[in-house]
Design a protein around this ligand. Structure first.
Ligand SMILES: [Zn+2]
Length: 480
């Protein structure tokens, strides 16, 4: 007999355990969507399941709330699947093994899927209850949030009457989120033209940088290894003759790259290596307070004939790494400390026929995001290089007169005797997709304390789940 079942609020943890028994990693949505459909059928609720496996369940208002504006309660059905190296769970067919550790629920050797199973569990408990007062509820369970908000983007917003929404995909109890960034991917392509050169190779490795998420950690002064590569090449250019064989840094557009490797072909490797070593000391001196582990190392290879980039391409690459915008572009004037617009050159890859530069762009303002796309486009147009913009997702812009936020703050204050922290984040939430599709959208994002999400140490606070569930019920009661 499971111990989870005895926890309070009992029905929330009952549903959380039920959901955890169903494999529901991103991309594997059919069974968990069916579970939600079966729930709707068993409780006689109207529902929609669309081709993306999103499920909407409609519940009528309780007595006295018939004239109230409907509320959308939203969470996502998929989880990130991570496990320890020796764990033999098959995420495609096995459920998770939940256990209680103090105030936390964890899953043995795997991610817990509290992100965002606890949202679904709370909403199912509200839907089944007959002693909570509430306006008409539109419960929206989206799919594949973790791999690009695929479900939310495919959702037909005309299925929703509600203009007010509570998204339950936040992870800190005393924070209410009121805005998120939109973003897009920008990929430029430098077609390679090679010439032959005979000489030594030098492998220059820039490493030891902190890295981090290109949204939420872009304001932490972390140094992008690809930008350092541009600096090193530019410094070399004014002092030596060299050719570039390849340059590779980073593997995800949304992570600040902590390593970049350049391979050169040169005539005088020793001079160049000692020059780089000196320049390394200069840069180290400049950034060591924020990047203490930063280092640049060089290794010389034997003499041979190599395919190297021709001069024009080499110049274009160096110019791009020096002058293309990167990092924080502007801060918000409305919300102190919030990065409004940023970008990150996360991936720089030398393929056989081209060098690809992949930027992740973000802004909490739609017009600023589009302007940033235009700036990059103008930059690469001017270099006569091809590029594409894709994966555009809209921001959820801050609304200074939000009824939902005011209500939440008042209810929170009445329960906890203090105000919650109001936060805007420079990363994506599904709220942005809803904001783009729903007129006069008014939304908050909240959730119970979840730690180390997306890792095998993910854990959900039991007491915090109880607090947030109570808060949610109180808010529903006030939405008369
Ligand atoms: Zn999530």
């Amino acid at each position: 007999m499971s111990t989870i079942n005895n926890l309070n609020p009992q029905r929330v943890f009952y549903y959380f355990e039920q959901l955890s028994a169903i494999p529901h990693g991103s991309g594997n949505m059919s069974a968990i969507a069916q579970y939600c459909v079966d729930f709707a059928i068993n409780h006689n609720f109207k529902f929609v399941r669309d081709t993306a496996n999103n499920v909407i369940i409609y519940k009528n208002a309780t007595a006295g709330y018939e004239q109230s504006a409907p509320i959308i309660l939203q969470g996502h059905l998929d989880m990130v699947c991570q496990k320890t190296p020796d764990c033999d769970i098959d995420f495609l067919k096995d459920g998770l093994q939940l256990y209680v550790d103090g105030d936390y629920i964890k899953a043995k050797d795997t991610t817990l899927g509290g992100d965002n199973g606890i949202a679904v569990a709370m909403v199912l408990a509200i839907l089944e209850s007959d002693n909570i007062s509430h306006p008409p509820i539109e419960a929206v369970f989206t799919t594949d949030e973790e791999v690009g908000m695929i479900g939310a983007r495919a959702l037909d917003m005309r299925l929703l009457q509600g203009r007010r929404m509570i998204n339950l995909d936040s992870e800190t109890e005393d924070i209410v989120t009121v805005s998120c960034a939109g973003g897009s991917d920008f990929k430029a392509n430098v077609p390679l033209v090679y010439t032959k050169r005979t000489g030594h190779t030098i492998t220059i490795e820039i490493a030891g940088l902190k890295s981090g998420h290109s949204g939420v950690e872009i304001n932490k002064n972390r140094v992008n290894a690809n930008m350092i590569a541009g600096r090193v090449l530019n410094e070399l250019k004014s002092n030596f003759d060299f050719s570039v064989i390849s340059i590779n840094g980073g593997d995800k557009s949304n992570a600040i790259p902590n390593r970049c490797v350049i391979i050169l072909c040169v005539d005088n490797p020793d001079d160049i290596c000692s020059f780089i070593d000196n320049y390394y000391k200069t840069v180290k001196n400049e950034i060591s307070d924020r990047e203490p582990q930063f280092k640049i190392t060089t290794a010389v290879g034997a003499v041979g004939e190599h395919n190297v980039l021709n001069t024009e391409i080499k110049e274009k690459i160096i110019y791009t790494l020096l002058c293309a915008p990167n990092g924080v572009m502007e801060m918000s004037a409305e919300i102190s400390g919030l990065v409004q617009t940023s970008l990150n050159l996360g991936v720089l890859i030398t393929n056989t026929d081209s060098i690809v530069l992949h930027f992740a762009l973000r802004s909490n303002k739609q017009s600023a995001l589009i302007f940033l796309e235009q700036r990059l486009a103008a930059f690469f147009d001017n270099l006569n290089l091809k590029y594409e913009t894709f994966g555009h997702y809209p921001p959820w812009e801050y609304k200074s007169d939000s009824y939902m936020c005011d209500l939440y703050c008042n209810v929170y204050n009445s329960i906890f005797g203090k105000k919650p922290r109001i936060l805007a984040i420079h990363a994506g939430l599904e709220c942005g997709v809803f904001a783009a599709g729903i007129k006069d959208f008014d939304c908050i994002s909240i959730g119970p304390n979840l730690k180390d999400v997306h890792t095998v140490n993910e854990r959900l606070s039991i007491s915090s789940t109880a607090s947030v569930y109570n808060l949610l019920i109180k808010i529903l009661e006030k939405l008369k």
